[in-house]
Ligand binder design. Structure first.
Ligand SMILES: C[S@@+](CC[C@H](N)C(=O)[O-])C[C@H]1O[C@@H](n2cnc3c(N)ncnc32)[C@H](O)[C@@H]1O
Length: 136
């Protein structure tokens, strides 16, 4: 099964729940290791600084946020697959995992310094809708 815009969000979350334990290894193998190079490009583009708060949306197991922690930032790793964030929380205590839908983030406006998303946008339906978050 592939995640895509034709899939119901609940089905996408279930699909990632099911692959959580082997997601990162599969990603490495399927990209022939290129994923590590792409992550470095994102790391350079974000250029996180010590003390900044980085919100990593659709963070999965959190691997996409590790470089920002190494740069001294505080990383909030948000994802709606509980399986992915449980797997990540077991591995990376340095990340702050939050169960959240990208279109309804439970964060106040302007509460983070940087927002990033890796390999996530193609799975998010209605990403052009304004946020319906009740946080102000
Ligand atoms: C391909 S993984 C990418 C994970 C991580 N960012 C990385 O680079 O390895 C896509 C992730 O997006 C999450 N996702 C998809 N749609 C989402 C949504 N609407 N809100 C939150 N997470 C979502 C999935 O649960 C999955 O963990």
């Amino acid at each position: 099964m592939r995640a895509g815009l034709d899939k119901e969000p609940a089905d996408v979350a279930r699909m990632f729940d099911a692959v959580a334990a082997r997601y990162d290894l599969t990603n490495d193998v399927m990209t022939g290791g290129l994923v590590r190079r792409w992550r470095r490009v994102v790391e350079d583009a974000v250029a996180a600084r010590p003390g900044e708060v980085v919100l990593d949306i659709a963070a999965g197991t959190g691997t996409s946020g590790l470089a920002f922690v190494e740069a001294g930032a505080h990383v909030v790793s948000a994802d709606f697959s509980l399986g992915m964030i449980r797997e990540g929380a077991e591995r990376y205590s340095e990340l702050d995992f939050v169960a959240a839908d990208a279109t309804r983030l439970p964060l106040a406006d302007a509460s983070v310094d940087v927002v990033t998303m890796s390999y996530g946008l193609r799975n998010v339906r209605d990403y052009e809708e304004p946020s319906r978050s009740s946080a102000a």
